[in-house]
Write a protein that binds this ligand. Structure first.
Ligand SMILES: Nc1ncnc2c1ncn2[C@@H]1O[C@H](COP(=O)(O)OP(=O)(O)OP(=O)(O)O)[C@@H](O)[C@H]1O
Ligand SMILES: [Mg+2]
Length: 277
């Protein structure tokens, strides 16, 4: 059986203090797991609980009910919280909020410094991380002068320098221009395929979701769809009813089918559509 990097067992979560009458569950009895090496995408419209689920996955939030295990460690285990954070690193939407230093290399060194990594090894880790995200030539630059995509790559390098096995990215491209988005998508693919990192990627962009091994769709704190990108996006009506789009070519193929043109239902790429026509 594949090794489980993250395991979520019957988890519910509500904001506000336990016992308070009003707050309703924003995560509602969810069970799921993420295998080592997997590239998982989580979709769902605004407020469906994606960010909350992400924060439960590395102990930033603790479940109101149920348990979360990160590489076998229960996130309730207070003594292991740093092991958990080192195993599952988080990248957020806004790169500006994640950059803490005035020089790129110092920023990337911040995480391992806090981990107590010896300084000679920190230097090595910083260089390696900056090479992976293709920002090594900016090592001595000031982060605030970089583009959004470059800043976000520096933020990712800062996480990589802590050597996590799993990286959780919560809408990492939402604030970027199209070029920055492509830079980050390519970086995510590289982290998964070459660096063998387990990836959990929350996004609103369907063309990003197509890259995943598996997609989960959330709605009102529950997982309502699960499957490969092909399985998910072949259910055009269902996806749309959940307030989401399908990738542009899938949409086009869907419209063509409605017009009576015989194309398969599970088109995901332009090449596939061209071939079918
Ligand atoms: N700190 C908080 N306190 C109280 N309620 C919160 C808090 N953060 C989120 N919520 C509520 O929890 C629900 C789920 O929010 P969450 O941020 O997890 O959704 P999301 O799927 O990430 O949404 P988005 O696509 O907008 O990022 C929403 O109803 C939201 O209003
Ligand atoms: Mg969110």
């Amino acid at each position: 059986m594949a090794h489980e990097m993250i395991r979520i067992e019957n988890v519910s979560y509500k904001y506000g203090s336990i016992g308070e009458e009003n707050p309703s569950m924003v995560i509602n009895n969810v069970s799921m797991s993420v295998n080592e090496g997997e590239h998982l995408v989580i979709l769902g419209h605004n407020g469906s609980g994606k960010s909350t689920l992400a924060k439960l996955m590395n102990g930033l939030l603790l479940p109101t009910e149920g348990n979360v295990y990160v590489n076998g460690i229960n996130t309730r285990d207070e003594e292991k919280i740093w092991d958990i954070r080192e195993t599952a690193g988080m990248v957020f939407q806004n790169p500006d909020n994640q950059i803490v230093a005035t020089i790129v290399e110092e920023d990337v060194a911040f995480g391992p410094e806090n981990q107590g990594v010896p300084s000679s090894e920190i230097r090595q880790r910083v260089d390696e991380a900056l090479k992976i995200v293709e920002m090594i030539e900016y090592k001595k630059h000031a982060p605030h002068l970089l583009s959004g995509g470059q800043k976000q790559r520096v933020a990712i390098a800062g996480i990589l320098a802590m050597k996590p096995e799993c990286i959780i990215l919560d809408e990492p491209t939402a604030m970027l221009d199209p070029i920055g988005r492509i830079e980050i998508i390519n970086t995510i693919k590289k982290l998964n395929k070459e660096e063998k990192k387990t990836i959990i990627h929350i996004t609103h962009y369907m063309d990003e979701a197509v890259e995943a091994d598996r997609i989960l769709v959330m709605e009102q704190g529950q997982i309502v769809m699960e499957g490969s990108p092909r399985e998910i996006f072949s259910q055009v009506e269902k996806v749309k009813n959940l307030g989401l789009d399908v990738p542009q070519v899938t949409e086009l193929a869907y419209e063509l089918r409605k017009e009576g043109i015989d194309v398969p239902q599970n088109i995901l790429t332009i090449e596939e559509l061209v071939k079918a026509l």
